[in-house]
Design a protein around this ligand. Structure first.
Ligand code: ATP
Length: 323
């Protein structure tokens, strides 16, 4: 193998640049030429491909987003779209790919690799931490830190005004960001899609807190919770306890950007480095992750998140600590 390509795909996540840097430099160190593919599969189909040198990835390890940009591509979902993408791969002499993205990216990569017999490895980049085969995804730690910083600030106001704040965090249909930020901030209640809440108990808890003059409550709501987010939950609570003084804060896209934490930089560097070594060793159609501090390989087909992957003991701990 002489030439490899790198792309970032799906939602951006802080730490993707550290991954691009690690892949590029490891490949060059192993005598390979490296091509950066812009805007994920969209750029692959369009041939938006150019060489990456060591200096092109200087001074990016601390930057959020992705210098290669990212996109979603409907065309890549079709056999014809993937065939066009392969024409571009052949044209540039690319013999292997390393992708940074989520499970959708890996589903597309499996088809591409099978149809065109090209080796492909992936590393997990998403703030949602919703990929099977790794303890943490690249970007999760940074998003968590951003959410925690914001929630701490909101708590100051909640305390000052004796108010209940419902704070919605990202994570799509996964509750990791909500659960971890809720535990980190000492939230009184945490709503995640993976678990059904006992609403009677929660109404009782809020009423009890009011009776003992504990007026401040921080309630963290995952955007994908069954209530449909913090606004819907707010309506429900106000219907049940009309005298409640509540406010809703939706953290939104601030959770996606920003300087990656050291943990995300290290995770991306480590996975990017090993991805190139393993691609050269002949591995394909697998995602690299870290489990128990060891590099772990998961076939793309098994990277889909399992709905019940937030262990019950985490939830139970969060409940005990919030009392
Ligand atoms: P994130 O978790 O941040 O959303 P993702 O990789 O899961 O990242 P998706 O939008 O699901 O994001 O997938 C990225 C791209 O991968 C899609 O735009 C599409 O081009 C390709 N892709 C996803 N699923 C498939 C599929 N089943 N077949 C072919 N290509 C796919």
């Amino acid at each position: 193998m002489n030439k490899i390509g790198i792309l970032t795909s799906g939602g951006d996540a802080p730490g993707m640049n550290a991954g691009i840097r690690a892949i590029t430099r490891t490949a060059i160190n192993n005598g390979l030429e490296v091509y950066g593919i812009k805007r994920g599969y969209q750029g692959l189909i369009a041939g938006d491909i150019s060489p990456l040198k060591t200096t092109d990835v200087s001074n990016i390890i601390q930057r959020g987003g992705t210098i290669l940009k990212t996109a979603r591509s409907e065309a890549f979902r079709t056999t014809a779209g993937r065939a066009t993408a392969f024409e571009q791969v052949k044209k540039h002499g690319i013999e292997g790919l390393v992708l940074i993205g989520g499970d959708g990216t890996f589903r597309g990569a499996t088809l591409f690799s099978e149809e065109h017999n090209i080796p492909v490895l992936g590393i997990p980049g998403t703030i949602d931490n919703d990929i099977n085969g790794t303890d943490f995804t690249i970007g999760f730690d940074t998003a968590l830190k951003t959410a925690v910083d914001a929630i701490d600030k909101v708590r100051d106001t909640a305390e000052a005004h004796d108010r209940i704040f419902l704070i919605e965090v990202m994570g799509r249909d996964a509750g990791h960001l909500a659960l971890f930020s809720g535990i980190s901030c000492g939230a009184e209640h945490i709503f995640i899609p993976e678990l059904k809440e006992d609403m009677d108990q929660i109404i009782q808890d809020i009423s009890n807190n009011r009776a003992r003059k504990k007026m401040t409550n921080i309630i963290i709501v995952a955007e994908g919770d069954e209530f449909g987010g913090a606004n819907k939950l707010d309506e429900y609570l106000n219907e049940k306890i009309p005298e409640l003084d509540t406010r809703v804060t939706i953290l939104g896209h601030i959770q996606r950007g920003g300087t990656p934490t050291p943990n995300d930089r290290i995770l991306a560097s480590r996975l990017g480095y090993h991805a190139v070594i393993e691609l050269l060793a002949g591995r394909s159609q697998e995602m690299l992750g870290i489990k128990n501090n060891q590099v772990h390989y998961t076939p793309f087909a098994q990277c889909n998140r399992h709905d019940d992957d937030i262990a019950k003991d985490w939830r139970e701990m969060a409940v005990v600590l919030s009392k």
